[in-house]
Write a protein that binds this ligand. Structure first.
Ligand code: SF4
Ligand code: SF4
Length: 713
């Protein structure tokens, strides 16, 4: 990670105005969006959008041809190119041929993508942005920080300052007054302009129409007042049929701005008339710029399903902390990382891909059904394939890939950490490691790992068998969680088996793009976990469970190691997370929870992998409720705690403020205990509370339930 990039993160995180405003916006957005979608089956809706957009992407050439034929039949001139340079030249030629001196533009990310304003200005043509947000950033000489709300990072004070300079008058920070000033200033630009340039939200092949969705009405003026209209359309905006507009128009305003519909929806089918009755000169440019190449890439084709609503940015814990400019390119956030890798080059995404903590919030909310975290992982994989792993990482994974050496080093670290250990925590580390204990204590490595303790556990005679995959944290930092799991399963008549040659689940390597390392971890674990026949393979770490249940197969398949696939799938079919298994056992009457207890208030933190990949949000809550706790929900219970595996070590400057917010939300419930199902989240949140003054106990659900379950009756 380059120093310059790291510094820009530091500046953004240190900008309290930015983080405060984005944080508040993000909290309100989720509530308003949920309201806007009331009564709508979001899953069904996004299924339709994904299917229609995917169909258009699969047939992009043909859909583009049909669009061009139908738009030309209506009188438009259609130009299609893969080359952004040719787009700029085409627009300049149209301008020069028609003696254009000034242009007005409505918001268009495609024009931002090709830096059109600079190009036209350098050719002597004045360009005026007419979307309020775009005009603000044009005056400020900045790039948009968000694809829907380009000036979201700016305060009203900053805007008043800019407008004051523009109109040469001291203006107050009064929003209605500022809007009035903008309207007045922009009106004269509209009237003088010789050419209007717009983008398009949708382009319909069947009718040759473009659809524009706006709130300010400026796009209507841009497309109707000047005598020439140029629409720049990225080819991902193409759909085949007019009926495909309906699902997109249902989702776009709801997802973008939590509105049922925007103030203006314009459908332009052919040139519109001028005031003298003649027809406008309408040019539609279909810009490819690697979009057809993307459509042919099985891992990235889904990116063409994006409807550019920006909601993935609004829910991203990283975007709301650092804003858009840290991403350094036109498109920002997780989707911006993907588009930068394609529309610029893969190398340009090298630093920014590291910002994604893989929480999956964006995937859950995306109306185009894009799996952004998966595509970012693929970017990481391709970067490692192109450039190799960084040397330090290579050395670490070299150790992780040798189980005996890795475990031997963990045991040695337990001894070496003794001078820094106190009450099970490491609170201060020396010198360059000191950042790692800023705002969060680290767990001390256990003096006796779970694998050693397990040998002494005497288990009753059982009818079923479960293989326990502990994962590194439970094995070497929190062995008591593993012991709790054994006690609970024994009460249900399940014998626990712990294969000692199990090793790291490979998640750290996979999330760093080191798939070869992750594949070796997968093979070692498959061998260890399938050696003995068992009814279940259980883990009390959601990240490990996801690795066993999903990622082993994906990693091995992506490397063509098909000889392992049947075994990986067999393992996946048996794998279950702790709470889901216990819930099943309680439902079947094989375990009961001590009844009639009043254990008081508790709050629950959803771990990203458990909630969004394993879909197990209700199970732990139901178990805790049944056991006698009163679950009090915290604000944003399913927002990432900032742990993200090694993320908190790589980017402590981002992880720490995310953790602070989580601790605050927990404290505001007033509950004295917070439960969670992930040892990684326990490490982050317990370590955070160790340095906070509040007395909140942080527990894995297994630790709590171990005292509360009894044998079934
Ligand atoms: S990726 Fe999804 S959520 Fe993000 S802008 Fe595109 S459609 Fe919207
Ligand atoms: S997975 Fe999480 S961190 Fe990554 S882009 Fe999506 S919302 Fe942001």
């Amino acid at each position: 990670m380059k120093n310059e990039f790291r510094e820009s993160i530091g500046r953004a995180v240190g900008n309290a105005t930015l983080t405060g405003a984005l944080g508040k916006f993000s909290e309100a957005y989720k509530i308003n969006r949920a309201r806007a979608y009331e009564g709508i089956d979001f899953e069904a809706l996004r299924g339709v959008i994904a299917e229609r957009k995917s169909h258009a992407a699969s047939n992009m050439e043909q859909v583009a041809d049909t669009f061009a034929k139908n738009a030309e039949a209506l009188g438009a001139k259609v130009f299609r190119t893969n080359d952004p340079g040719k787009v700029r030249e085409y627009i300049l030629k149209v301008a020069r041929d028609n003696d254009v001196k000034s242009v007005v533009k409505s918001k268009s990310m495609a024009t931002e993508e090709i830096h059109l304003n600079d190009f036209l200005e350098k050719a002597g043509i004045s360009v005026g942005e007419t979307d309020l947000g775009e005009w603000i950033i044009q005056l400020a000489g900045q790039r948009p920080s968000h694809m829907v709300m380009p000036a979201i990072h700016m305060t009203k004070e900053e805007v008043a300052e800019l407008f004051s300079k523009e109109v040469d008058e001291r203006l107050e920070n009064d929003i209605p007054r500022l809007v009035k000033v903008a309207r007045h200033e922009l009106r004269s630009k509209f009237l003088k302009a010789d050419m209007g340039i717009s983008g398009a939200n949708i382009a319909v092949a069947e009718t040759g129409s473009i659809v524009l969705v706006t709130n300010e009405g400026n796009a209507r003026l841009v497309t109707t007042l000047p005598r020439i209209h140029v629409a720049l359309v990225g080819m991902e905006k193409l759909v085949e049929k007019f009926e495909d507009v309906v699902p997109i128009l249902t989702a776009l305003p709801r997802s973008a701005t939590a509105q049922l519909l925007t103030s203006y929806v314009s459908i332009i089918s052919g040139p519109t008339p001028n005031t003298d009755g003649s027809l406008k000169d309408l040019h539609i440019i279909l810009m490819d710029s690697r979009r057809t190449e993307m459509a042919n890439d099985p891992k990235f084709k889904q990116a063409l399903q994006c409807i550019r609503c920006g909601s993935c940015l609004n829910v991203c814990p990283i975007f709301r902390l650092v804003g858009g400019h840290v991403f350094g390119s036109i498109y920002t956030g997780g989707i911006g990382t993907i588009l930068t890798a394609w529309f610029e080059e893969l190398q340009n995404a090298e630093d920014i891909q590291g910002l994604c903590i893989q929480c999956g919030n964006c995937k859950e909310i995306c109306p185009g059904k894009l799996d952004i975290p998966e595509m970012i992982m693929e970017i990481r994989r391709r970067l490692v394939m192109e450039k190799g792993q960084p040397l330090a990482q290579k050395a670490i994974f070299g150790i992780v890939n040798n189980r005996k050496l890795f475990h031997g080093m963990l045991r040695a670290a337990s001894v070496a950490g003794t001078p820094f250990r106190s009450d099970g925590f490491i609170r201060h580390l020396p010198m360059f490691l000191s950042d790692l204990t800023d705002g969060r204590s680290l767990p001390a490595i256990a003096l006796e790992p779970f694998r050693d303790r397990f040998r002494r556990i005497k288990q009753p005679k059982c009818t079923e068998k479960a293989i326990f995959f502990a994962g590194c944290l439970i094995d070497f930092a929190y062995p008591e969680m593993g012991e709790a799991l054994v006690r609970i399963l024994n009460k249900a008549g399940i014998q626990v088996v712990f294969p000692e040659d199990q090793t790291c689940c490979g998640a750290p390597a996979r999330y760093s793009g080191a798939y070869e390392v992750a594949a070796k971890n997968a093979e070692d674990n498959i061998r260890a976990l399938l050696r003995e026949e068992a009814d279940y393979v259980v883990s009390a770490c959601p990240t490990c469970t996801v690795a066993l249940a999903h990622e082993f197969s994906d990693t091995l398949e992506s490397l063509g190691r098909n000889e392992w696939l049947t075994k990986a799938k067999k393992l996946a079919a048996k794998t279950v997370d702790f709470s889901s298994l216990v819930k099943r056992l309680v439902d079947k009457g094989r375990l009961t929870l001590k009844e009639g207890q009043k254990l008081g208030a508790i709050t629950y933190h959803d771990s990203c992998h458990l909630k969004r990949t394993l879909r197990a949000a209700d199970q732990p809550r139901e178990l805790l409720n049944k056991a006698g706790y009163q679950v009090k929900e915290m604000l944003e219970c399913d927002m990432c705690c900032g742990m993200g595996g090694s993320y908190s070590l790589k980017l402590p400057e981002i992880s720490a403020p995310i953790l602070r917010r989580k601790l605050q939300n927990i404290k505001e419930t007033g509950a004295p205990v917070v439960a969670m199902d992930c040892p990684g989240c326990v490490m982050q949140i317990r370590g955070g509370f160790d340095q906070d003054t509040a007395d909140v106990k942080v527990k894995h659900t297994a630790e709590l339930l171990a005292e509360l379950v009894e044998e079934g009756r």
